[in-house]
Design a protein around this ligand. Sequence first.
Ligand code: ATP
Ligand code: ZN
Length: 823
Amino acid sequence: MPEMFAQVILPLPLHDAFTYRVPEQWHGQIRPGQRVVVQFGAKKFYAALVFSLSQSAPQNIETKEIIQLLDEEPVVLHQNFELWKWMASYYCCTLGDIFRAALPPGLKLESKSKIMLTGNEEEHPVSEKEFRILEQVKQDVSSLEILQKKLGNNFSYSALKSLLDRNIIRVEEKINSKYKPKTETYLKFHPQITSEEVLEQKIETLQRAKKQEALLFLFCEKIHAFQPGQKSFISKKELLKGAEFSASLLNGLINKKIVKSFQQQVSRIDEKREKQADLNLLNRHQQQALEEIKNCFEKNQVALIHGITASGKTEIYIHLIDEVLKSGRQALYLLPEIALTTQIIERLKNVFGSKVGIYHSRLNSQERVEIWKKVLQFQTNPQQGYQVILGARSALFMPFSKLGLVIVDEEHENSFKQFDPAPRYHARDMAVVLGKQNSAHILLGSATPSYESFFNALTGKYGLVNLTKRHSNVELPEIIIADLKRAWKKKQMRSVLTPELFGLMEEALQNKEQIILFQNRRGYSPFVQCFTCGWIPRCKNCEVSLTYHKYKKRLNCHYCGFSIAMPPECPECGSPEIKTRGFGTEKIEDELKPLFPGVQIARMDLDTTRSKNAFEKIIKNLETKKTDILIGTQMVTKGLDFEHVSVVGILNADNLINFPDFRAHERAYQLISQVSGRAGRKHSRGKVVVQTAQPEHPLVEIIRRQDYTNAFREQMKERQLFKYPPYYRFIKLIVKHKNPENVNRVAGQLADLLRRNRNMKVLGPEFPLVSRIQLWYHKEIWLKIDPLLPLDEVKIFVAQGIETVRRLKENSSCIINIDVDPA
Ligand SMILES: Nc1ncnc2c1ncn2[C@@H]1O[C@H](COP(=O)(O)OP(=O)(O)OP(=O)(O)O)[C@@H](O)[C@H]1O
Ligand SMILES: [Zn+2]
């Protein structure tokens, strides 16, 4: 028999795949995409993923054997690996990094693998070393890690393997993989009940137990007893649901051997949802846009739909998905995590029923594994598997076998980019790659497309479709610019509200309409300051001031979570006058309450949405008009659809416009248009007040006119002039160390080295806005690269530079991260 070797990926930030020998017993079974347990390094065990198989042994290296094959079928498909390879190369990360990001937690096994007895340990003679292992395992279900720790030098790998080989112990797959199938109690007739006659005899005996008899009749009715072709069991939950029967009555029937209970594996996911509604008819404009999109797809695999807020882009997506499903292929619908609200989930479930699965990080590990498996299942059993996935960025990695369409909604959203850890990928860009690899169409959609995508559309790389009418035919809201400086000077401010905004709010409330206020700072006040000496409390781990949270009476760091009680007096000078500075959402809520007595005010930010259903509840309250005014951070901008919001206020546009980042103007425009778009969606034209201290700023005028194209053009001039994306590519290198001197030295060495390459411009090193986070100092180097140059060569040069610097002994404890296309 020829030998067999597997190249496996480990969940570690290590480069290549590692080679292991495949024991003969698995030669016929093992395939790429299956998980295996292997030993790596200092006696650590991991679940690795088989990447490829070969017959030739690697040279000069002794290979270890695979310890266990975990899956009968691959959990990752070769299509997935294609994307992984592409990502690893483009984002300069390892397959191990991607492995960790791609698989749901329940499918990733750490070296915590559990070892269990198989129950036949008595039948085999064992050696002393094997005996020691068995002793440990008998005491407890033990993980490999614990076992090695406890036995120390007495732990023997070959003894372990020999026990495994002889089936005396096993690596427990289920515990191992953290995934426990959910089971439910089901009921069927006891095997003794073989015919209706037998049943009737039994019923006779129940004469005095009327309630048990009634329950039995109900049971017979529900399972359609003795009717051919009917299912012969029912879940306990379903039987007892709504009826006045108790579980103890049921136990009576079980004890009398009429009914038998058994456990059956059930799905955690709400499966019963059948299709409840037909597709909405598209309006004239939507219909035309749909046709145009399809025309684009004839020529171009990628299309961008630029459709104003409330134009009904979602309806168009639904129609496209419907067509793809009819052709027997799968669709992926990506949204930013936070936009995955019940609003959109309901809309999709209503039309596609159980064909659609939802995948995001708020689901628990088990649920995610089940959804993963149902996507896999589509390959072999299209009736049972998921054909549509609505998900956040990690849904990119799901095992689609017949992908026909990828939609990226709110494609401008920054949260599609993963910052940390590696892979630092952009899900929108990866969606395009994924689609191309699978010969699927890709549709990007937004009311305010990212400038990169719009640029790609204008230069013909993507098709472009415009949708300029709201579904309701209501005009886009009127934007009113309110001058903060003047209002302050004239003492016309009411708390944070200019007279313009205050007046419109009062009017809206009188008309029983709703209001959304946007402020991009959470907490009570962004910082506090001693009135006497000017002292400002700062985080001890990060280079930032602490945010005051009044409800908890604490000062918090929004970077690392560090927090202290609000001091009663200044620790520097002893003055009791510590003043709050600036406005966070919490303070705004506080100050508006006395201004609008009897009005229901709610707040939506990170602090009010931590618990599981809090987010949904806030949205529900707005939908049912329990809330009159909603104050929120970025969260209120993400694709929410409310009927009765007529006024939107942007409390301070300046901190958006002045943010020190080359994308600040793009972002400010997007954010303000998106929040504005929540107003007047259904009935009459809404009003938006943008409060600013610089009403003369050119961007403010563009915002007032809602002139996306001009905003884009103005920016492109600057980007071209200063060699910014999309004209140039950026790669950001981040050097981190706890000691600032090390950061300075390493970053300096690295920059010097990189400057030798004339194909790129090296900026920095410089400390970023927040130069220390969680005790680590950061310094950044930005590389500007001419897009006409071969990017791969540049990356290789950069990677080598990093290696050279890192290899110096004094630099070994430095971390250097690469971020390609930083957001
Ligand atoms: N053809 C249609 N038939 C019935 N209702 C529609 C139709 N098109 C849109 N709507 C309704 O109009 C509202 C706005 O549509 P939708 O949320 O899809 O807009 P959008 O373009 O995604 O907006 P945004 O970019 O602001 O998120 C929704 O309540 C939607 O149900
Ligand atoms: Zn901190």
